[in-house]
Structures are given as structure tokens and as C-alpha cells.
Design a protein around this ligand. Structure first.
Ligand SMILES: *[C@@H]1O[C@H](CO)[C@@H](O)[C@H](O)[C@H]1NC(C)=O
Length: 252
């Protein structure tokens, strides 16, 4: 990382509002081809979220990214540009986990069934889900990817990522108390480092060894790590069951 950016991120981190990757760097365009940009329309106001392609017709994201309509853009690097690689697709069905609790953010996971299958290209491809045996362990370094803001004053239209270290569950239990559940969540981000994720990166993936292990969920208002992610490995049966069920409703 550039020393200048590091310093900027450090200076701006404490008062930064939620909504960005801090201490990260821009990725090589289209090097994270699974990334989905979500425009979420709501009655009150619209928001943005991240997500990731898990099958040609399904995107995985956080349940708190729910809205009246969601538009998915795949194959993007700069979301403000009309890039030839982009595929913009409407969501046919948004399927939040039935036990999602908006107050505690428990079970913060949602599948988006796309109106049509995406075309897999060099800029658009699937991120693999883990199997139950591949567990994340404290000390592992993973990465989060997103279009969230870099700091309070710097918006970015380009995809960024940051490296984050998996923490012991006890750390998040001590900070978040009963909001943290070690079975369904992962504690992410070293509190002594500035890399972190914020609300604008909600729904984006935590990628460990090229597998989707987490979904950015929530954290402390001040944006400091560690933060809480949904533990994908404990939702695999739900993900598989739900994709099968909704696929069956599709006309041939
Ligand atoms: C954590 O989540 C699991 C799975 O949903 C649930 O069975 C368990 O009761 C939860 N633990 C606590 C302490 O809430």
C-alpha cells in the first residue's frame, strides 16, 4: 500500500462514517469477476450494496440489503461508466434467510435469483462456495472487495479490496456481546490495523483461498475492526435448498 494512502486512511478512520473500505487498494480491473454491484431501491431512499455471483442465475448478498427492487451489475470495474464488460440484470426474486432478524442482524444472508442467466465471460464468473470441511481459522488472512467509500471525503467508483485477518470469536463476543454468534458469524479484522469495511461494502464477500467464506454484515459505528461477517459455511444447506427450489419454478 502507498504510505500516503495509509496515512490518509489512518487520519480519517476515527471519524469516518459507515460506508467504505478503508486502508485498501484498487484492484486490477475485472480481476474479481464474481463481484456484483447492487442498486437497491427503497420507499425511503436508495442504497448500494455488494454481492457476488455464486451461479449463473444467483447472486449472494446480505439480507439487510433488501429493497423494493434490486438491479445487479456484473462485470464492472468503474460503476459510473458504461463498460463493455458490464451486464445489468434485474432481480426476479430476492430471498432473505427466513430467520433474518433486522434488529440483531442474525442470519444476515440473502439469495438473489436473476431474471435471466448471466453470460460467463472473462469479466463475469462464479465465486466458489466452501464446503463444510474448509473452515476459516483465526490468523488466516482473507480479503474483502467492494465499491464503498475510501474515507469520509473520497468516494470511489472503482473496485477496491483490503486484506483482513480472521480473529478469535472471543474478541467479537467481548465487543458485540450477544449480537455475535460464533456458529453463524465470523470475527474479522485486526483491531491494531486500519484495514476495515463499512456499510457501503455490505453484502460483499470475504474471500479466503479463492472461496467465499463470509458476507460483510455489520460492525461498530466508528468503523473500527474487528467487524462481523455472516459465516457462509453454516448456511450451505439453506443456499443449496433454496437455489434448487427456485430453479424448479423456472419455465423451460
Ligand atoms: C447461534 O446460532 C445457532 C444457529 O442459528 C443457534 O442454534 C444458537 O442457539 C445460537 N446461539 C446463541 C447463543 O444464540
Amino acid at each position: 500500500m502507498q504510505p500516503f494512502l495509509l496515512l490518509m486512511a489512518f487520519l480519517l478512520a476515527p471519524q469516518a462514517e459507515a460506508g467504505k473500505i478503508i486502508g485498501g487498494h484498487e484492484v486490477e480491473p475485472h480481476s474479481r469477476p464474481y463481484m456484483a454491484f447492487l442498486q437497491v431501491k427503497r420507499a425511503e431512499k436508495s442504497t448500494k450494496c455488494g454481492g457476488f455471483l455464486v451461479r449463473e442465475d444467483f447472486v449472494l448478498t446480505a439480507a439487510h440489503c433488501q429493497g423494493c427492487t434490486i438491479t445487479v451489475t456484473l462485470g464492472a470495474h468503474n460503476i459510473k461508466k458504461k463498460e463493455g464488460t458490464q451486464q445489468v440484470i434485474k432481480v426476479k426474486e430476492a430471498i432473505p434467510h427466513p430467520n433474518y432478524d433486522p434488529d440483531t442482524k442474525a442470519n444476515d444472508i440473502m439469495l438473489l435469483q436473476l431474471e435471466k442467466e448471466v453470460k460467463l465471460t472473462a469479466a463475469v464468473s462464479v465465486l466458489r462456495l466452501p464446503n463444510r470441511r474448509v473452515m476459516v481459522k483465526p490468523g488466516m488472512v482473507c480479503r474483502v472487495v467492494g465499491w464503498g467509500r475510501l474515507d469520509l471525503n473520497t468516494r470511489t467508483n472503482k473496485l477496491h479490496e483490503a486484506e483482513l485477518e480472521i480473529q478469535k470469536d472471543e474478541l467479537c463476543i467481548s465487543l458485540y456481546e450477544s449480537l455475535y454468534n460464533r456458529t453463524t458469524q465470523i470475527c474479522v479484522g485486526n483491531r491494531n490495523k486500519i484495514q476495515s469495511t463499512y456499510l457501503g461494502d455490505s453484502g460483499g464477500p470475504l474471500v479466503c483461498d479463492n472461496l467465499a467464506q463470509g458476507i460483510v454484515s455489520f460492525g461498530n459505528e466508528n468503523g473500527k475492526p474487528p467487524r462481523v461477517e455472516t459465516r457462509i459455511s453454516s448456511f450451505l444447506p439453506w443456499i443449496k435448498r433454496t437455489m434448487r427450489r427456485f430453479q424448479l419454478q423456472r419455465p423451460d
